[in-house]
Design a protein around this ligand. Structure first.
Ligand code: PLP
Ligand code: COI
Length: 360
């Protein structure tokens, strides 16, 4: 069926093209490109009606199941403009494969990852003028799947939309790549083993908002979540995975069912490993981290993610107390990872891991 899926192309009329924002005014996810991809699924036809078309609103039935029971999944990836002017995607197939794992968990139809990489390349190429060139700017890509069947029974929907929208973005955090202040949540939790924390479904993010607002009031940009049973072991940040450089070993929590398996996390492990850094995926408690900080053996802490890139943590706020990490400075490893990962992503460094795909 996938071999037969034809993708129609409806280009926007030249006169209707939007004005592109200047690269110092991008924000994150507020401007959208001229085109999008859309396809529909139902039980009888599978995926059909696939098209790259002008960016447009949907007319939705208020009974659409996504509004009521939250059957929705998404991905986050980026297109990068290299210094050579070429456009690159970073491990795009991995994102679509992760989306399929999310689809299985949420009882939604799967997509064909290889085909979607091809479609994405065509879409990015069509909107290539939208990929910003300034340092630290990229084109953020948001593949999304939602349940659109109008019905109120609690069961998997029989109709879905899959779409890809794209947005030129600056840095996700207001701090840019400067160290962030992070609130360690000892009251609310993000996910529990056996739940849906390890997939990218919208409800995980809705559930995080209440705690994020508390964190914001305390002057923090993000929340560091602890495990749901003991409120003791570190899981991840709201939009990124987390790493601790502790006594010359890089420690990161294992993927045991409640954490999103980040593509950046996997890349950091591979990249730092290739430099000879000792890396351990193991449980690590907030008490161990703060004790190591007090004893001067916590060298640096950073988050990793598509939106966040490598985001050094300058302060952890836990139980009403601020703990300054590495003098509030970006650590050596964080800086090296930030620079080298971006250099691979924008094609200016040899892609020895075969992570990058050129567009066009
Ligand atoms: N954890 C969560 C909850 C996220 O939303 C993200 C971002 O997608 C990540 C981790 C990092 O994943 P990736 O590196 O694939 O972007
Ligand atoms: C990403 O890193 O792509 C994310 O999905 C994080 C966030 C913007 C939800």
């Amino acid at each position: 069926m996938w071999e037969d899926l034809e993708v129609a192309l409806e280009k926007i009329e030249t006169g209707k093209m939007k004005k592109k924002p200047s690269s110092d005014d991008l924000g994150f996810g507020v401007h959208f490109t001229d085109h999008m991809f859309l396809m529909k699924w139902d039980k009888a036809s599978g995926w059909h009606d696939a098209r790259i078309c002008p960016y447009q609103d949907f007319v939705m039935n208020p009974a659409s199941m996504v509004f009521h029971y939250g059957q929705a999944i998404f991905e986050g990836m980026k297109a990068y403009r290299g210094k050579d002017g070429q456009l690159y995607l970073f491990r795009p197939q991995d994102n679509f494969e992760r989306m399929n794992r999310s689809a299985i968990r949420m009882c939604m139809p799967r997509i064909q990852a290889e085909k979607m990489v091809k479609v994405l390349k065509a879409l990015v190429y069509l909107d290539k003028e939208w990929v910003p060139a300034a340092e630290g700017t990229t084109l953020y890509i948001r593949p999304t799947m939602i349940a659109v069947e109008p019905a109120l029974g609690v069961r998997p929907a029989a109709e879905y939309y899959f779409f890809i929208i794209m947005s030129p973005v600056g840095s996700y955090y207001v701090e840019g790549c400067a160290p962030t202040k992070i609130f360690v949540s000892d009251e609310y939790v993000r996910a529990v083993k056996g739940g849906v924390g390890e997939v990218k479904t919208t409800g995980n993010y809705a559930a995080s908002l209440y705690m994020s607002e508390i964190a914001k009031k305390a002057g923090c940009t993000q929340v560091l979540w602890l495990d749901a049973c003991e409120h003791k072991y570190i899981e991840e940040v709201g939009t990124s995975n987390i790493f601790f450089m502790l006594d010359d070993t890089l420690v990161t929590p294992p993927l045991e069912g409640s954490i999103l398996g980040g593509i950046t996390k996997a890349s950091v492990i591979q990249l730092a490993g290739s430099w000879g850094v000792d890396i351990v995926e193991r449980k690590i408690s907030i008490d161990e981290v703060l004790e190591a900080n007090d004893n001067g053996i916590l060298q640096e802490v950073f988050g990793s993610g598509t939106a966040a890139v490598i985001s050094p943590v300058g302060e952890l706020f836990y139980k009403e107390k601020t703990h300054v990490i590495n003098g509030g400075q970006t650590g050596k490893l964080s800086a090296r990872l930030y620079t080298e990962l971006q250099a691979i992503q924008n094609g200016s460094q040899d892609d020895r891991f075969k992570w990058v795909q050129r567009v066009g």
